[in-house]
Design a protein around this ligand. Structure first.
Ligand code: AMP
Length: 588
């Protein structure tokens, strides 16, 4: 199949911000794609070669790409650089150069999707110093045969600049329409996706075997499962109202969520956003095997930094010292951890996802030999509200954030935020003492001491219903000099020339970012706002919701993806419960 079909689709998609149109372009493409290569198409549309968790990066430096383009067109590199500076986008610059191509090639090969994909794969596999020349050769051979629009998107993909904002869920919608005729079957596709986190695999399965086959979609080791998430509550009474069934309470530790996949001696660890984090935890890899009584297993745990002398749990920030490329061994020594297992999803050929919490907990306990490093999360079956209060007190005293409350009958709902799991933190009891995890979507340049850096950030919630990022506040307090420098560095990679169509804000930021970085914020209150777009028209026509007196807590939530940020629905709930508190107070 010709690569031009993918390039044309990407071209149409770049020209629209409407989700329906984006979806329709994808549907048209999927309908004409042979099942054998649909997985490749699904990855390429997102600028990838494999699912994110496999960590395969094409990663070609722009310099190399420029040299390759120069080689294939005969246009001097300096002239290409000049064109690039002029148009500000490497893809467009490549297309312009290819249009003006001076060397005409007579023997042109049609570029197929397979050829583009396989060449990019070879490039991604090249490692080491000597690889640059080989990379250049591969790229120039592709560009040599590419039309301007094909070149534009090849250039964007190889330099990791394909930023179309096609979310996973838009692709699932399109697959559902293309292969079942309607969006109604999306939940089945979504379920398969939540179980394997691999869009290519789901696309191939539905294209080859039809929607019915997805019912039997299997959990497998080394395909991470999208984690189950919790809703928040402010006390035991609210928990009881929400759960409406028997539940257990577990400690809620303030560490990093780790999904452990093990098959015999091989262990891979995935973060909450399903990134492969095995390298950060050599101690887990080394020690965990002897605690696990199975050949093949998928478990979930919270890795927490501890004070080895007192056994006390330490806060999340301590763990972040491990997020470094070099000298991990030193960090492992300086920041010891324990691993606290709280769920099991698969054991020796059997999926546990459909089992109840109670059953999973029983299997979990019988699958782990506890020692001082590997433990099973402290848990208590709850009968009365007082028991929740007492257990919460214990948890807080041992350095936990609070409790997780889990319904005894509930299955593991991969990828869902549901009321079968609730989180109860101590500070939730005071109105909005609760923190929010928000996405950085834009920034404003600083003045005075902050000149040359950002003075304030524009933040959004995540709208699960539209896959959008509506703004909810502008934050300028809570930053230290160090954190301002850090933000400037981290965010400079995320700058986008054109505002992402998923971003919605009444404020014009000086710079816009790809919605990727999540930070923690506290605020005094949620108010109606004419400027911010979170929950627009939901409470009052023409108004959104905004945070009053927002403050950065110092925590960058590296482990969270933007889709894990506080959702619009959660903010509406917080707004409503805050209103209730005010009304309740007025009655007295
Ligand atoms: P939050 O990040 O505030 O939405 O809380 C959810 C996070 O709490 C999870 O992603 C886990 O990293 C963490 N956590 C700590 N203890 C538990 C537990 N017992 N069960 C589930 N999640 C837990």
């Amino acid at each position: 199949m010709k690569f031009s079909l993918v390039a044309d689709t990407l071209g149409y998609m770049e020209g629209t911000t409407k989700r329906l149109e984006l979806t329709q372009h994808l549907v048209d493409l999927f309908k004409i794609t042979p099942p054998e290569i649909i997985s490749k198409v699904a990855y390429l549309l997102q600028g990838k070669l494999r699912p994110e968790h496999e960590g395969i990066e094409i990663g070609v430096a722009e310099k190399i790409a420029i040299r390759a383009l120069s080689k294939s067109t005969g246009v001097p590199a300096l002239k290409i650089e000049h064109e690039y500076k002029k148009v500000g986008d490497f893809g467009h610059a490549t297309a312009n150069i290819l249009e003006q191509k001076t060397q005409t090639t007579f023997l042109k090969e049609d570029i197929t999707i397979e050829r583009v994909y396989d060449t990019l794969f070879k490039i991604a596999e090249l490692k080491g110093n000597r690889s640059q020349n080989m990379k250049m050769k591969y790229i120039s051979s592709l560009l040599n045969d590419a039309s301007p629009i094909e070149g534009r998107f090849i250039a964007k993909i190889i330099t990791s600049n394909l930023r179309l904002g096609v979310a996973d869920y838009t692709i699932l919608d399109a697959l559902s329409i293309a292969f079942t005729g309607s969006k109604e079957n999306r939940p089945m596709l979504e379920h398969a996706y939540n179980v394997c986190s691999d869009l290519g695999r789901v696309a191939e399965d539905v294209a080859k075997n039809g929607i019915e086959a997805l019912k039997h979609f299997q959990v497998s080791v080394f395909s991470p499962i999208r984690p189950m998430l919790a809703e928040r509550v402010k006390d035991a009474q609210e928990a009881r109202e929400k759960i409406q069934a028997d539940f257990a309470a577990e400690y809620k530790l303030d560490g990093e969520r780790v999904q452990v996949h093990m098959q015999k001696d091989k262990i891979i660890l995935y973060s909450r956003s399903l990134e492969n984090i095995t390298n950060y935890y050599p101690d887990i890899v080394e020690k965990i095997g002897k605690s696990i009584k199975a050949n093949e297993i998928i478990l979930e745990a919270e890795a927490v930094a501890i004070n080895e002398n007192t056994g006390e749990f330490l806060p999340f920030q301590e763990l972040m010292h491990r997020r470094r490329k070099y000298n991990i061994a030193k960090a492992v020594n300086e920041y010891p951890i324990t691993v606290n297992f709280f769920d099991i999803m698969f054991v020796d050929g059997k999926s546990c996802l459909d089992m109840s919490y109670k059953e999973r907990r029983r299997i979990l306990e019988s699958s782990i030999n506890e020692d001082s490093f590997a433990r099973v999360m402290p848990m208590m079956l709850i009968k009365t509200d007082d028991e929740v209060e007492d257990f919460l007190e214990n948890a807080i005293n041992s350095g936990c954030e609070g409790l997780m409350l889990k319904q005894l009958d509930s299955p593991y709902r991969a990828g869902a935020r549901a009321s079968n799991w609730l989180k109860l933190k101590r500070e939730y009891k005071n109105e909005l003492g609760d923190s929010l995890d928000l996405v950085v979507i834009g920034a404003f340049y600083g003045r005075g001491r902050r000149t040359g850096r950002y003075g304030a950030l524009l933040l959004s919630a995540y709208d699960e219903n539209t896959d959008g990022y509506p703004s909810v506040c502008k934050v300028g307090t809570g930053f230290t000099d160090e954190s301002l420098d850090q933000f400037y560095q981290i965010l400079s990679d995320k700058i986008i020339v054109k505002k992402d169509p998923r971003i919605d804000s009444g404020l014009e930021a000086d710079v816009w970012f790809e919605p990727e970085v999540v930070i923690e914020i506290v605020a005094s209150e949620i108010t109606l706002s004419p400027i911010h777009k979170t929950a627009l028209d939901k409470i009052r026509k023409g108004s959104g919701l905004a945070l009053r007196f927002p403050k950065f807590t110092g925590k960058i939530r590296f482990e969270k993806t933007p889709e894990n940020a506080t959702s619009v629905d959660e903010i509406i709930t917080m707004y409503n419960s805050q209103k209730k508190v005010v009304q309740d107070e007025k009655q007295f």
